[in-house]
Design a protein around this ligand. Structure first.
Ligand code: CTP
Ligand code: MG
Length: 389
């Protein structure tokens, strides 16, 4: 007797050749702050009918995978094969000992499947051995010939999506039997094995990210899920003490004095950390890193900023933009401005173009005007999933 109703197998062991761009395979690239694979994982993890999720990955991608599944309780990933078919077969074999009654097989490169689609696949499997979401073709279809084109009737054409659902034993047997018959997906294998296939309507939004330009559309869809915009502000000031450099926005700037403080006294990063903490109502820097705690003595301030960014990410949010204003007579900020922007972008893991650093003096007025120290203020704009807090 099976101990599991429905297992899910997510294949993510491809190399994403056609989408090649950037430093990660497509299934690990970020969409609204969340890796493509994580979108699919969250959809299945949220669904009550799914009791086990097994992911198949490339050995080389282990570090990307670990980063993508933080906080999820999943079995260790299985190594894929050189084709999608081989990757699915490896995943199914790994599930054998769990004896699921049904299995949903999904492409890790399809991030936007809905709860409703999962529910409909599972429901249709009650009375079918194989279930496939299909969509009609609405564009005119032309076949390219040696010279010119000829039209093809689209009436009978369908586009197949995943998740495709199967009775576990039957798709496992088909994979074992037709290992050497190359097919594009599991529906084709089921067809080959003579398994009756039930069709359900697919969803246009459940697109498979294939080419580099698919990411533009995906970014728009993902960004639409971040409905709530938050703004946080931060301020900090440190006074000068004897020394020969200051830390400002993560950059070491030569100066005739240092800044006094418990950590490295980087006013820019401190103001920015408070701005980000403010945007998610998470107190201030002193709450997370008490000055009385000796472990933060001389600490580099990027630690504080990383923590704030981490809190936003944990809420499923993204940092859309940050703006830091340094207020001082000296040192001159302009020569270091872009290095500061780059450093902040690195620490927050956001685009350079989403980081602004600027400077002003107080026209000789007040303590800052007398050259007694440096102040900074910062504003952070965050986008959260509606209801995240
Ligand atoms: N896949 C897999 N193992 C393979 C090949 C593909 O697990 N050897 C997975 C991919 O990771 C993807 C799904 O199968 O989630 C659909 O494949 P495809 O869109 O073709 O992805 P890639 O093979 O990665 O892309 P490309 O063909 O452009 O290299
Ligand atoms: Mg492929």
């Amino acid at each position: 007797m099976s101990d599991l109703a429905s297992a899910t197998l997510i294949v993510a062991a491809g190399s994403g050749e056609r989408a090649a761009k950037g430093d990660k395979p497509k299934q690990y690239r970020s969409l609204a702050g969340k890796p493509v694979l994580r979108w699919a994982l969250d959809a299945f993890a949220q669904h009550p009918a799914v009791s086990l999720i097994q992911v198949v990955i490339r050995e080389n991608d282990k570090a990307f995978y670990e980063e993508a599944v933080i906080g999820l309780d999943l079995p260790a990933p299985i190594a894929g094969g050189s084709t999608r078919q081989a990757s699915v077969a490896n995943g199914l074999e790994a599930l054998v000992e769990r004896q699921p009654a049904k299995v949903l097989i999904h492409d890790g490169a399809r991030p936007f499947l809905s709860q409703n689609l999962i529910r409909r696949v599972v429901a249709a499997l009650e009375s079918a051995d194989a279930v496939v979401p299909l969509l009609p073709v609405s564009d005119a279809i032309w076949r390219k010939k040696q010279t010119g084109f000829e039209t093809i009737s689209r009436e009978d054409l369908r586009r197949a999506q995943t998740p495709q659902g199967f009775r576990f034993e039957s798709i496992l047997a088909a994979h074992r039997k037709y290992r050497d018959v190359p097919v594009t997906d599991d529906m084709a294998l089921a067809e080959h094995a003579g398994i009756a296939i039930a069709e359900i309507p697919g969803e246009e939004v459940n697109l498979k990210l294939t080419n580099a330009e698919d990411f533009e559309l995906a970014r728009r869809i993902a960004s639409g899920t971040l409905g709530e915009v938050r703004t946080g502000s931060g301020f900090d000031i440190h006074k000068f003490s004897p020394g020969e450099h200051v830390w400002l926005c993560g950059v070491r700037v030569p100066h005739s004095s240092a800044l006094e403080g418990h950590s490295d006294a980087d006013v820019g990063l401190h103001a920015l950390t408070d701005a980000i903490l403010g945007s998610v109502c998470a107190g201030d820097i002193g709450v997370h890193f008490p000055p009385a705690d000796s472990q933060w003595r001389n600490a580099p301030s990027h630690i504080f900023l990383e923590k704030a960014a981490c809190l936003v990410r944990d809420l499923g949010g993204v940092i859309a933009h940050v703006d830091v204003t340094l207020i001082c007579e000296q040192p001159k900020i302009t020569p270091h401005r872009d290095a500061m922007r780059r450093r902040i972008a690195d620490i927050l893991d956001i685009d350079f173009d989403s980081v602004s650093v600027k400077a002003t003096t107080t026209d000789g007025l007040g303590a800052i005007g007398r050259g007694e120290g440096i102040a900074a203020q910062a504003v952070a704009t965050i986008r959260l999933r509606t209801g995240a807090i």
